[in-house]
Design a protein around this ligand. Sequence first.
Ligand SMILES: [Zn+2]
Length: 102
Amino acid sequence: MTTVPAALADAYALLRDDLYDHLDRAEFLAMRCTRWDAQDTATARRLIPDLVDVVRAALAEHETGPHGRCRGCHQAWPCGTVREIHRTIKDTERVIVTLSAS
Ligand SMILES: [Zn+2]
């Protein structure tokens, strides 16, 4: 088993913490009970496409490759990443907003 050097593990932790902090702040904005002001609306309009891009990038990294295997992680497709993204997005228990085609 290969271990990650301590300095690299610290760097990974900082990266992970930074990503979670960004997501926490996005979630906080969405869950604010007060009325949104113009700045909140502008922030949400920038944030939503950015978060959609993150999901698209993760899906693109895990597309079907040759022989039905994931290009990213080489598992049989759909790999665990794609299954988890699909489960999270399409989870009927968590769906708060139903998106319409219009
Ligand atoms: Zn994959």
